[in-house]
Design a protein around this ligand. Structure first.
Ligand code: PEP
Length: 249
């Protein structure tokens, strides 16, 4: 079901002590909202964050997982491990996973399927590089990322998919897609899904925008009809900024 979502990706930031302090500040300042608010701390801090937020409306989500049930995959974590500590949503395919850890659409397809098969929500990230946009190839790149990683799912599985369109050139750069560029791409994404499935799948999926969303630009981006919220990196590490972005939705 399509919902408004503001999710903070904390990446490899914050010790457990710092995580607890930021969560306490966020919980104290959390505005009344009908949007879903999520934070993704680093794996080692997930159990602590879940414990801290047990009576809170903030959902704790993971930044990554492996596709296998279990086994000899040193350094990895499984869907069951996340579910067992109360984490039910996982970010998959963040551009940093693709760029620094060699994650391909094929691998991401396996991760998404594994998450969904366990009843988890997969927040699938995708988006074009700067060269793709400059060469006018951005729609084709986004279409192929969706097709390669998601279009073998059956329609029912889309209840467990959240999309995060994150143009790589806008992540952590201070450069943001204009609200019009975001809307144009989100509408294209919905049209592509409608063609592959049907309009009800396309209309029901939440599509977040990510890439240098800040308190100053959030409201305008979120006002676009096909933008259902944001995946926030840097600004989610500062309670007042994250709270301002939640208020903007
Ligand atoms: C992200 O990493 O998903 C992200 C959107 O980062 P930032 O908001 O810092 O650009």
């Amino acid at each position: 079901m399509r919902s408004k979502i503001v999710a903070g990706n904390w990446k490899m930031n914050k010790t457990l002590t710092e995580t607890e302090a930021l969560l306490a500040e966020l919980s104290a300042k959390l505005p009344d909202t009908d949007a879903m608010v999520m934070i993704a701390p680093t794996h080692v801090n997930l159990p602590g964050a879940v414990r801290n937020l047990v009576h809170s409306a903030i959902e704790v989500i993971a930044q990554n997982m492996h596709f296998a049930e279990s086994g000899a995959f040193t350094g990895e974590i499984s869907a069951d491990m996340l579910l067992d500590i109360g984490v039910e949503t996982v970010i998959i395919g963040h551009s940093e996973r693709r760029a620094y850890f060699g994650e391909t659409d094929g691998l991401l397809a396996k991760k998404v399927s594994a998450a969904v098969a366990k009843g988890m929500k997969a927040m699938f990230c995708f988006g074009e590089e700067l060269e793709d946009r400059k060469s006018g190839n951005h729609f084709a790149v986004v279409e192929s990322q969706l097709k390669n990683a998601l279009f073998s799912l059956d329609a029912a599985a889309w209840d467990n998919i959240v999309l995060a369109y994150e143009p790589v050139w806008a992540i952590g750069t201070g450069e943001t897609a204009s609200p019009e560029q975001a809307q144009e791409m989100h509408a294209f994404i919905r049209k592509t899904i409608a063609e592959a499935y049907d309009t009800s799948v396309a209309d029901d999926v939440s599509i977040l925008y990510g890439g240098s969303v800040k308190p100053g630009n959030a409201a305008e981006i979120f006002s676009k009809p096909d933008v259902d919220g944001g995946l926030i990196g840097g600004a989610s590490l500062v309670a007042d900024d994250f709270v301002a972005i939640i208020k903007a939705i």
